[in-house]
Ligand binder design. Sequence first.
Ligand code: FES
Ligand code: FES
Length: 158
Amino acid sequence: MMKEIEFTLNGTRTRTETQPGERLLDLLRERLGLTGTKEGCGIGSCGACTVILDGKAVNACLVPAQAVDGRELVTIEGIMQNESLHPIQDALIRHHAIQCGFCTPGLVMSAKALLDENPDPSRGEIQRAIAGNLCRCTGYEQVIEAIQDAAKGGKTQC
Ligand code: FES
Ligand code: FES
């Protein structure tokens, strides 16, 4: 049976219907048209679908859509700042940490959840925060440098 849910999506109160068993990933991509959140594995192993739910990075492929009722959700579409890229996105570009880009939205969301909670993370804390985000192209060194740079305010010359 369809169920109506209401939640805050990227700062906007949103009401929609969900089907039993529907994944949050499918609600976002297919019902709400937010295709920035990617599907890689579909089983919680790649991090391509990472979104931020009540401040925590979660895999949207593992979260039932109905579980977001009454909660606050942020997706990659919601992190622009005054029409500009988020500092993490800007740093990833400057540090050449993007190739095909498929993993990038998920990496950005994991990094954002980390920096929102801990604005000055150690290298180890960054590694742990992105441990669930697989990148098959770039490797992780540039990604870690970019997140460190964003934490410092994006001032590092590359
Ligand atoms: S698609 Fe969700 S973790 Fe891979
Ligand atoms: S840039 Fe291609 S998977 Fe990460």
